[in-house]
Design a protein around this ligand. Structure first.
Ligand code: ZN
Length: 325
């Protein structure tokens, strides 16, 4: 077994990387904190493939709140969720083949009084009572009507009052600006519809927005725009979260090397790449009971890291022995 230099490893993978082995099999490898996929749709995937494929925690950003509330809290991945997409009447994703009625709520009234039919508070209270830890809003002017700013302000303010961050699907002209004006916390996709100017990116950074990557769902110009917008945001100090939108298209479960490679190419590399994977947002402390284990020799250069992470798996902490140095 080649000796792994723990200092070189931390330089490549950040302060929490350590050489180690599995207690039972003795297999050597590298230990990292638990990984989260910050954007999935569980009703569209086989979630049993996630933990063997290195994903200890997942955030469902659009599903049936009642079905999500009935889930077991045991096992991995640990799941947190938004519940339904909140959208304007007739807005995205209402009517999409992958979006049954159960996963959307059309907001017809900006009221923040409880129990108003179609009201802002009614929709948010319902998601919260189903156990949601974030609220998802659709701002997609390319695919239908969107909230006016008064309704969106009411939504974000009411969600914040209840301690829930707001994640937005932002697509179409002026939608990023609408999201920034309303102080949306997180973008579900790095912006892919337009080249962003420095001022918008600086505003997003100063609002402490987080952007979920989802670079590999795009092709062509959309992918290029998403990658460059994300790279600029990251360079300006913006916080990037690894997320795949798993369920969108047909991909095997687990960590997506294509997403890691796209992030790496967007200069989110090495320790920053690991930080995007291990950010516990929106607060999944239970995932601390497990670690990520990547068997075999450690990478020796930044370029090797995305493909190397393709062998990651989730292992309980008690089955891990970190090498002493
Ligand atoms: Zn999605």
């Amino acid at each position: 077994m080649l000796h792994t230099d723990p200092f070189a490893l931390r330089e490549l993978l950040g302060p929490h990387a350590a050489p180690g082995r599995r207690a039972i099999t003795g297999e050597h490898g590298v230990v990292l904190p638990a990984f989260t996929d910050h954007h999935v749709h569980l009703h569209l995937i086989d979630e049993s493939a996630l933990a063997p494929g290195g994903i200890a925690a997942a955030i469902d950003l659009g599903g049936d709140p009642v079905a999500l509330a009935r889930r077991t809290r045991e096992g991995f991945p640990r799941v947190s969720y938004a519940g339904a997409f909140l959208t304007a009447p007739g807005g995205y994703p209402v009517g999409r083949s992958w979006a049954p009625d159960a996963i959307t709520r059309e907001i017809t009234d900006s009221s923040t009084h409880p129990g108003v039919p179609g009201g802002v508070a009614t929709a948010i209270d319902e998601q919260a009572s189903c156990g949601a830890s974030v609220i998802k809003v659709a701002l997609n002017s390319a695919a239908g009507p969107v909230f006016d700013s008064a309704t969106l302000d009411a939504l974000v303010d009411y969600a914040h009052e209840r301690g829930l961050p707001v994640v937005a699907h932002v697509e179409g002209d002026g939608m990023l600006r609408l999201a920034l004006d309303a102080r949306v916390d997180v973008l579900a996709h790095a912006p892919f519809g337009e080249w962003l100017d420095g001022a918008s990116i600086a505003r997003a950074v100063s609002l402490k927005q987080r952007w979920i990557s989802t670079l590999s769902i795009h092709d062509g110009i959309a992918r290029e725009r998403a990658a460059i917008n994300l790279a600029t945001f990251a360079r300006a100090g913006g916080r990037v979260l690894y997320g795949t939108d798993l369920g969108n298209g047909d991909r095997p479960g687990g960590i997506q090397v294509s997403e890691l490679s796209a992030l790496d190419a967007a200069e989110v590399r090495g320790p920053e790449l690991i930080a995007a994977l291990t950010d516990p947002w929106p607060g999944l402390s239970e995932a601390a009971a497990v670690a990520t284990f990547v068997p075999g020799p450690a990478p020796t250069s930044l370029d090797e890291i995305p493909a190397w992470l393709g062998s990651a798996t989730v292992v309980p902490e008690e089955e891990i022995v970190r090498d002493e140095h």
